[in-house]
Design a protein around this ligand. Structure first.
Ligand SMILES: *Cc1c(COP(=O)(O)O)cnc(C)c1O
Length: 426
C-alpha cells in the first residue's frame, strides 16, 4: 500500500509500542540494551543481526525518526545526528580522505561556507566553491580527487533554487555522488532524490522540528549509488579496517551508506541525536505539510507586498513571478518556493539595522524555519566571518535582510514590517 505525504508524515516508521501498546512513540531514555545471551551480543556486534546495543549507535525513538524521514525523502535509509552541521560531516566522512575535495555551490548557509572553506581543511579535505548556475564551471572544478558535489535545493538565504536535475547530470557524468542540503525546502516542497541526488542532508533544527526547540540533523541515502563502480570510495567498497574488514557495499547493498554511518560514523565521531530531541522532531514532522503550506502562502503574500514598498529596492523570492528562478520552482519544488527570502533596503546597512531594531512581531535571531517569523541582518551576524565578496555571492550583502516567514496571520506580519520600514526611513 502506498500512502500520501500527509499520511506518511504521521505514520511512517511508527507502530504501537510492542511492550505497552502506547500509540505515540515512546522516548526510550536509555543508554544501553540488555543482550539476550552471549550469541545475541556477538551477532549484534558483527552486524549479522539488527538490534540495539548502545544509544551512541542506535535508539528506538531515533530509529522511528530515521525511518520516517527516509520515507518522506524517498530514500533507502537515514542516519540522524546531533545537528545539521554534524550531518554534513557525516555525509562527507565515508567519501573523503586527506587530499580529497568536494565541489560546492557558493550559495550556502553561512555556517556551511565556513565549515567547508576553513574547518574541513583540518581533516586534509578541501572545498572548491563554484557558481552552480554555471554547469561548465562545476564540470571544470571536478578533478581526480573530487569525491562529491554539494548544494542546497532552495538555497539559504532564500530566493535561489538550484537546478537539481542539471547539477545531478554533471555529478552523474563524473561518477560522483550529489549531496543536497534540503533544509529550507523540506521533503514536502522538494524531493532531491527524485531529481538525481545521492544523499540528502537536513538541519532538523529548522522546518522539520519547526518550532525552534531542537538542534538536530539527518543524512538520507537514496540507496542508488554504486559505491564500487569507480574504486573512489574504498571505505564503502573495500574491506573496511575500522570494522574488521567488513565490505559495506557488498554486505548491505542499498543500505551500505546507512550502516556505515551508524557502525563507523556514529560509533567513532559520536555526533549522536538524543531520544528527547528525536521525540520533538517526530512531533514537528506530524504537521510538516500543513506548516509548509502556510509558510509558503504567507511568504508569497509578504514578498509581493514588500516588492511594491517605496523603501524597498528588491525582493528575492523565487515564488514571485519577477524572480529569475520562478521557472525552476515548477520543476524543483512545485508546491512552493519556501518561507525564506531576502529584501534589499534603500538606505543600505543603516536602514537594515534600524528596521531590525524596530520590528516587534519578528524576532531578531540566528535561526530559520520556526512557526514564528524571524529576521536577521546576515552581513552583521551569520555571514560576518565572510569577506564582502563571499557575502554578496551568498546573497547576504550589507544592505540585505533575511526574513523567515512564520505561520502567523500574514496581515499582522505586513503591519509589523510596515511600521518598522517607516521608522527606519524617518
Ligand atoms: C541551519 C542550517 C545548517 C546547519 O544546521 P545546524 O542544525 O544549525 O547545525 C545547515 N544548512 C542549512 C541550509 C541550514 O539552514
Amino acid at each position: 500500500m502506498s500512502y500520501g505525504f500527509d499520511t506518511l508524515q504521521i505514520h511512517a516508521g511508527a507502530r504501537p509500542d510492542p511492550a505497552t501498546g502506547a500509540r505515540q512513540t515512546p522516548i526510550y531514555q536509555t543508554t544501553a540494551y540488555v543482550f539476550r545471551d552471549a550469541d545475541h551480543a556477538a551477532a549484534l556486534f558483527n552486524l549479522q543481526e539488527v538490534g540495539y546495543i548502545y544509544s551512541r549507535l542506535t535508539n528506538p525513538t531515533v530509529a522511528v525518526l530515521q525511518e520516517r524521514i527516509a520515507t518522506l525523502e524517498g530514500g533507502a535509509g537515514a542516519v540522524c545526528c546531533s545537528s545539521g552541521h554534524a550531518a554534513q560531516i557525516m555525509a562527507l566522512f565515508p567519501l573523503m580522505g586527506p587530499g580529497r575535495n568536494v565541489v560546492v555551490s557558493t550559495r550556502l548557509y553561512g555556517g556551511s561556507i565556513t565549515q567547508f572553506s576553513q574547518t574541513i581543511k583540518r581533516f586534509g579535505w578541501s572545498a572548491k566553491f563554484v557558481d552552480f548556475d554555471d554547469l561548465d564551471a562545476i564540470e571544470a572544478a571536478i578533478d581526480d580527487d573530487t569525491r562529491a558535489v554539494f548544494c542546497e535545493s532552495i538555497a539559504n538565504p532564500g530566493g535561489y533554487i538550484t537546478d537539481l536535475p542539471a547539477v545531478a547530470k554533471v555529478a552523474d557524468k563524473a561518477g560522483l555522488p550529489l549531496i543536497v542540503d534540503n533544509t529550507s525546502a523540506t521533503p514536502y516542497l522538494c524531493r532531491p532524490i527524485e531529481h538525481g541526488a545521492t544523499l540528502v542532508v537536513h538541519s532538523m533544527t529548522k522546518y522539520l522540528t519547526g518550532n525552534g526547540t531542537v538542534t538536530g540533523g539527518v543524512v538520507v541515502d537514496s540507496g542508488k549509488f554504486d559505491w564500487a563502480a569507480s574504486g573512489k570510495f574504498p571505505s564503502l567498497s573495500e574491506p573496511e579496517p575500522a570494522y574488521h574488514g567488513l565490505k559495506f557495499a557488498e554486505t548491505f547493498g542499498p543500505l551500505a551508506f546507512t550502516f556505515h554511518g551508524i557502525a563507523i560514523g556514529l560509533r567513532d565521531l559520536g555526533m549522536t541525536l538524543n531520544p528527547q530531541a528525536a521525540h520533538y522532531t517526530l512531533m514537528g514532522i506530524e504537521t510538516l505539510s500543513l506548516r509548509m503550506e502556510r509558510h509558503v502562502a504567507n511568504a508569497k503574500k509578504i514578498a509581493g507586498w514588500l516588492e511594491t514598498h517605496p523603501n524597498v529596492e528588491a525582493v528575492t523570492y523565487a515564488g514571485l513571478p519577477s524572480s529569475p528562478y520562478a521557472g525552476r520552482v515548477k520543476t524543483v519544488c512545485p508546491k512552493g518556493a519556501g518561507g525564506l527570502f531576502t529584501v534589499t533596503l534603500k538606505g543600505g546597512y543603516e536602514a537594515c539595522v534600524k528596521t531590525v531594531d524596530s520590528l516587534e512581531l519578528f524576532s531578531h535571531v540566528a535561526n530559520l524555519g520556526d512557526t514564528r517569523s524571524l529576521v536577521i541582518h546576515s552581513a552583521s551576524t551569520t555571514h560576518r566571518q565572510l569577506t564582502e565578496e563571499q557575502q554578496v555571492a551568498a546573497g547576504a550583502a550589507p544592505n540585505v535582510l533575511r526574513l523567515s516567514i512564520g505561520i502567523e496571520d500574514a496581515d499582522d506580519l505586513i503591519a509589523d514590517l510596515g511600521q518598522a520600514l517607516e521608522k527606519a526611513h524617518q
